[in-house]
Design a protein around this ligand. Structure first.
Ligand code: RB5
Length: 148
């Protein structure tokens, strides 16, 4: 079974908690790296932990949520094996799978609501990578491609 790790900061905590039950609809073994309450934390700490687990192949995919999604995506994309996509809209969630084979989804808990977040997560989990020319393009900047 493919695996998914989710993490946030305090600003993404409530959206993380809200989408966790929804994740059980998909055929992924899912784990929550935290935080487990709304106390203030630093987004790089959680972005680094989730990104490292995906980069090392411990998990197939990751979801990161902070206030805007910007800080988390900046950190995650420092890992050569990570292709993190900041998606606060549905079209980006579909296209980051079709063309970019995004293995980490980033969202802004202060930007979008729960219903849109669920649709974004659904699209990101279920949309396949198209491969072909998009694969050649990823090979131009990715150290290690570990698509499912
Ligand atoms: C926390 O206040 C906020 O800066 C963080 O969640 C995120 O939006 C950073 O990019």
């Amino acid at each position: 079974m493919p695996s998914l790790i989710i993490g946030s900061d305090h600003a993404g905590f409530s959206l993380k908690e809200a989408i966790k039950p929804f994740l059980s609809e998909f055929n992924y073994e899912t784990n929550d790296l935290g935080p487990h309450n709304e106390e203030s934390v630093d987004y790089p700490d959680f972005a680094q932990k989730v990104s490292r687990l995906v980069a090392d192949g411990e998990y197939n995919r990751g979801i990161l949520i902070c206030g805007t999604g910007i800080g988390m995506s900046m950190v995650a994309n420092r890992y050569p094996e990570v292709r993190a996509a900041l998606c606060n809209d549905l079209f980006s969630a579909i296209m980051c799978r079709r063309h970019n084979d995004a293995n980490i989804l980033v969202m802004g808990g202060r930007v979008i609501g729960i219903e849109l977040a669920k649709e974004i997560v659904r699209a990101w989990i279920t949309t396949p990578f198209e491969g072909g020319r998009h694969s050649d393009r990823l090979d131009k900047f990715c150290n290690c491609r570990n698509s499912e």
